[in-house]
Ligand binder design. Structure first.
Ligand code: MTE
Ligand code: MO
Length: 446
């Protein structure tokens, strides 16, 4: 959120983000910004004439469904439209950090059913390797629960095991972090740390079975060729993994190609692990070593607070002891509106197509709904099946506005177990993981 406001009570140098301002006291923020006061009976916020005028002026248009706007709602039109330097081969991505490199994809650039290489987000914990020669690259499979430790070249993998191509959805566990209040440290991802390219490689389980998995195997951990940002060669930037059950799934693969091309350098060239539906941190890039463990893997960023959430709900801002944190496994149900782009100006007499994708970790999405009246009325969309398990599902619909003005399109997905995306930011947690709140885009009907 780049929009920054100075609150009346603060010293001039202390600037609050919109999210912080609203989190402190939503009603005060509404009054400060729009002169809006909550309705004494319905407790829904409503805009008095002066407040409606203020918000409408800020937006540059009227708000036909203003009566349904929840108190404390920050209009989607004010969400930051970050622009910045371009990463070669990744034009249009928004850089959140340049050391290590982290960049997200604006929602409207994720409109393709299969995410193209140049639109796949980048999340690096360390410094990628340089001068890679794929012909001499090796993958070592070892660990205390590996029966026959073996080292493979990429050519070995290609010749010994069946090749599979699958469309697989990767989402960073911290996607959506920017909406948590108080702010959680880490990359302030908005919605763009997700993508669903087509990967080609071999099944992890075929490779593991070839090397022999001992009875006591519990976890498979990865190591990559990237280096720690400190330059210390003894430190790993990240070394995570998955329980043996997840590793043995048909869709867990060791990939050398993304969309029929080499994997882009920043996404793990020349070899990466892909275990979709879990935080993408389990999908090791620049993969050169796998370890079959007789315990939960203890590599870098396996332990709390990394990639863990409290076992029970905690108050925002709480300190949670590591022993009360559990490792994140399957990611929650979520969706994106990839058309229209937020901020579109549209002739209100024409129907407006609306579309996007939805995913649900290890589970499937059963329905996606959209609303144009701030979540008062929801319409089902046409939802497609996934091309294969652990790929996202595309959905499409259309909306018809009755009059000109400011609208928001909200999308809400539900999984086959009846779990829905929340309309508000879900359970605060110390590191800001798993925000699957509904995506909202602003439309100006003219
Ligand atoms: N070796 C290595 N693997 C890694 C990482 C890393 O920094 N180094 N980042 C992880 C994290 S946190 C995420 S979200 C995904 C990001 O994959 P991408 O950059 O291809 O989108 O890779 C994971 N695998
Ligand atoms: Mo991540």
């Amino acid at each position: 959120m780049k929009t920054r406001l100075v609150s009346g009570n603060d010293k001039p140098e202390r600037r609050l983000s919109l999210h912080e301002l609203y989190a402190r006291d939503a009603e005060a923020a509404d009054r400060l910004l729009w002169g809006r006061t909550p309705h004494p009976v319905s407790r829904r916020g409503f805009l008095r004439n002066s407040g409606l005028l203020a918000m409408s002026t800020a937006l540059g248009m009227s708000i036909p469904f203003a009566r349904f706007m929840p108190a404390g709602l920050i209009p989607a039109a004010f969400a930051a439209e970050n622009a910045g330097d371009a990463i070669p081969g990744k034009e249009g991505l928004v850089i959140l950090n340049d050391r290590p490199l982290n960049a997200e994809t604006p929602a409207h650039l994720l409109d393709d059913n299969i995410t193209p290489n140049h639109r796949m987000f980048i999340r690096n914990n360390g410094v990628p390797p340089e001068n890679i020669n794929p012909d001499s690259w090796t993958l070592e499979v070892a660990g205390e629960s590996c029966v026959r430790p073996t080292t493979f070249s990429i050519a070995d993998l290609r010749s010994r095991f069946e090749e599979v191509s699958l469309q697989l959805q990767l989402e960073c566990g911290g996607n959506g972090r920017s909406e948590f209040v108080p702010a959680a440290s880490g990359n302030q991802w908005t919605t763009g740390a997700v993508g669903c390219p087509m990967f080609t490689g071999v099944r992890l389980r075929d490779v593991l079975n070839y090397c022999g998995v001992a009875e006591d195997a519990q976890y498979v951990g990865y190591y990559g060729a990237d280096t720690h940002t400190s330059g210390n060669p003894d430190l790993d930037p990240i070394s995570r993994g998955v329980p043996i059950g997840k590793a043995m799934e048909r869709e867990s693969i060791i990939a050398w190609s993304m969309n029929g091309e080499d994997i882009p350098l920043q996404n793990g060239y020349p070899l990466r692990l892909v275990c979709a539906g879990w935080p993408a941190s389990v999908s090791g890039k620049w993969l050169n070593r796998l370890v079959v463990r007789d315990r939960v893997h203890d590599g870098e960023k396996m332990a709390a607070p990394s990639y863990t959430v409290p076992r029970f709900p905690v108050a925002p801002g709480s300190r949670v002891p590591d022993s009360d944190m559990k490792i994140i496994e399957s990611m929650p149900v979520k969706s994106l509106v990839t058309f229209p782009q937020s901020g579109l100006s549209h002739d209100f007499r024409q129907r407006l197509p609306v579309r996007g994708h939805a995913w649900a970790g290890d589970d499937q999405v059963s329905a996606v709904f959209i609303s144009i009246d701030f979540g008062t009325t929801w319409f089902p969309t046409a939802l497609n099946n996934a091309p294969n398990r652990l790929a996202w599902q595309s959905w499409q619909s259309w909306v018809q506005f009755r009059e000109p003005g400011y609208y928001e399109i909200w999308a809400r997905a539900q999984d086959t177990q009846g779990r829905s995306q929340p309309m508000v930011v879900p359970g605060w947690n110390p590191r800001g993981y798993l925000n699957n709140a509904c995506h909202r885009v602003a439309v100006q009907a003219v």
